[in-house]
Design a protein around this ligand. Structure first.
Ligand SMILES: [Zn+2]
Length: 336
């Protein structure tokens, strides 16, 4: 990847980075943060390519063919370091930081900048964070460390306070839709909108959803959720199906469905729903279910979401949710 193109929603962030260069006030440490799926890593990689390029073009992009650019493209640039959590521990360890700091004690190869990217910086364990902090107290000249995180609050306050901060913003819906349309011209506007909504308006996540089978899985799960409410499917059987679906956030989907049903108890237009494509179906639930009971069910979903982080067996959680959902719906049928 050459990173020649700027992501259309990152103009302000890019100008902010350019100002560091133009005003000669490059920070030692920069913290780039924002929700998942906004292209934070792309932004930072593009900046690294630019800083290390020997002959950037007039549009402030790396030239793509100088010796430095070629080394970057081959992932062998001696002045560029990329740190990320290592599987299976999924943490950034003290060893990784030590190797990095040893590298920084040597002089830079091209005598330009040295750039270190620490992706998922919040996964540094305490020892790694402490070693890193020591470095930040005595940084090396012309060396830029960029921390990237989508979980800002999990970083130690001592590290945050030593970094310049650059938040990456969620783009306007219109901008995301036109970008996604360029990436996936065969996708319908309806699917694009639904995927954006499922992705909390993060374009990269929405693109993943358009490419993989997330949308069809979500639709299948919604059908099963509907079938449980109508007593056409047994909650235990559905829970058994759902447990097999790893890497999808069924509870988060249910949260969004319940929020949308709740919205129908107030005046709402479809474009303000999380799930505009399920408009009619969700509205039908709103007519049947009482607000108080919906809110209790919503609470159960939020608690379940927390429990799923720590608990290994999610089947019992799904069972509890689906039985509560069944009871909520069948209770209403008895009343009417
Ligand atoms: Zn170059």
């Amino acid at each position: 990847m050459t990173y020649s193109v700027m992501l259309p929603w990152q103009t302000a962030e890019w100008e902010h980075l350019m100002a560091y260069v133009q005003q000669d006030r490059m920070p030692h440490a920069l913290l780039v943060y924002g929700q998942q799926g906004l292209g934070k890593q792309y932004l930072v990689q593009r900046f690294a390519h630019f800083l290390l390029c020997l002959a950037p073009d007039k549009k402030n992009a790396a030239c793509g063919h100088c010796p430095s650019c070629l080394l970057m493209q081959a992932h062998t640039h001696p002045d560029f370091y990329f740190l990320a959590p290592i599987e299976p521990s999924e943490i950034i360890s003290i060893e990784q930081i030590r190797v990095l700091l040893q590298g920084l004690s040597l002089t830079s190869h091209f005598n330009l900048y040295r750039v270190i990217i620490v992706n998922q910086a919040h996964t540094m364990n305490t020892n790694a964070a402490n070693a890193f902090l020591k470095y930040l107290e005595e940084p090396v000249e012309r060396t830029l460390i960029v921390l990237i995180t989508d979980q800002y609050t999990r970083l130690p306050a001592t590290i945050i306070s030593r970094c310049q901060k650059l938040p990456v913003m969620v783009p306007a819906n219109k901008q995301s839709v036109s970008w996604l349309h360029l990436q996936k011209s065969e996708a319908t506007v309806g699917d694009i909108q639904t995927c954006l909504s499922l992705a909390n308006n993060a374009p990269y996540t929405a693109l993943t959803y358009l490419t993989d089978n997330t949308l069809s899985l979500r639709n299948a799960c919604y059908k099963e959720w509907l079938a449980v409410a109508k007593q056409q499917q047994h909650p235990i059987i559905v829970a058994e199906q759902w447990i097999k679906l790893t890497n999808v956030t069924i509870v988060a989907w249910m949260v969004s469905w319940v929020i949308d049903i709740t919205k129908f108890h107030f005046t709402i237009t479809p474009q303000h729903l999380f799930n505009p494509d399920l408009n009619n179906s969700l509205q039908a639930f709103a007519k049947q279910l009482e607000l108080k009971e919906l809110i209790m069910f919503y609470d159960l979903l939020l608690i379940s979401q927390q429990r799923m982080v720590t608990q290994i067996n999610n089947q019992s959680i799904y069972e509890e949710i689906l039985i509560a959902w069944l009871n909520l719906n069948s209770a209403k049928k008895h009343d009417s």
